[in-house]
Design a protein around this ligand. Sequence first.
Ligand code: GLA
Length: 395
Amino acid sequence: MRVLVAILLGLLLAVPALADDPPKPLDANGLALTPPMGWNSWNKFGCDNSEKTVRAAADAMASNGMRDAGYKYLVIDDCWQGKRDANGFIQPDPAKFPSGIKALADYVHSKGLKFGIYSDAGFQTCAHRPGSQGHEYQDALQYARWGVDYLKYDWCSTGTRDAREAYRTMAEALRATGRPIVFSICEWGTAKPWLWATNTGNLWRTTGDIWDHWAGPNSNGYSLGVMDIIDLNEPLWPFAGPGHWNDADMLEVGNGGMSENEYRAHFSLWAMMASPLMAGNDLANMTPEIRAILLNKEVIAVDQDALGEQGRRIDRQGDMEVWMKPLTGGARAVLFLNRGETPGTVGVKWGALGYPKRLKATVTDLWSKQVWHGQSAGLERTVAPHAVVMLRIEP
Ligand code: GLA
């Protein structure tokens, strides 16, 4: 009898373990409490990256004010990979990275920067280099040995693989190394990572690739303009927060396809959306105008605000839009966007920002640097075509 009871009890206790429960959510890795900032090689260099371009970018970041403004992660995108060695460990392309990745990471670290790399959850990357599928733990170990601080993990050649499982596997592999590594999910929003990746990744792409253009897809039908991306990324604001951000893709500021006003708008909107700010231009050869955009400290402060709330569109009238981002201490960032081809005027009442109807406030224009102080019921501005006015309101 006793034996029978013991067997029954044993079976009962075993049931929960046998059931097909979803895996326990991961604990947060504690990284990226504000949106990651840095530089990524892809938008400018594509597959033409090399240790030379990466070193030049590191030198520029350390000397042109970017590092001190918060641009910390230098990330090599696709095409750094060569073959796997006899034991399956991934090696860099020897023609482009003859000194090896460890030496490059050491160099980047010596400049006071962090070092990031790229891989893919499929058997191949988007540029047909070896992917990490089936090698997750081995690749994570290799990255940790090299001194990698950030992994961008893409979604090409994944076949019928489940995104949730694939990203979780790499997230666990990264944790198993014991090295703090920011995990950047790049599956273009296909499987809605904002619904499941809060502790799996620190940021997740929400759209297809950006291209250096104001509005509309490019001829490949896949890449999106700045206006297309904001329309897809904006509604996801409730899912962003410290440690887990909606990634509107890397910046195109300075790559030549947009006007200065458009680049200012692009940068401002990314900051309003608390998107990662990963510069994507040739840092070693940039004009003072582009540098001034990337180094606007007040706009960066809106992106990096510790509250970690993504801004949102609160009004839209034709081509004119009003955006608002709550900031620490009861401040607000307000952005007026003109998507149209002629100047337009737009305003907002304090009540729409969650303030009392009449308010005494200091209003700073983050691009013209004009400061206004007084009491009113709201404010109004005229905005040039394809441009923004971005303000900080301090009650
Ligand atoms: C995908 C990604 C891009 C870039 C390329 C590299 O398209 O979305 O950001 O990494 O792959 O091949």
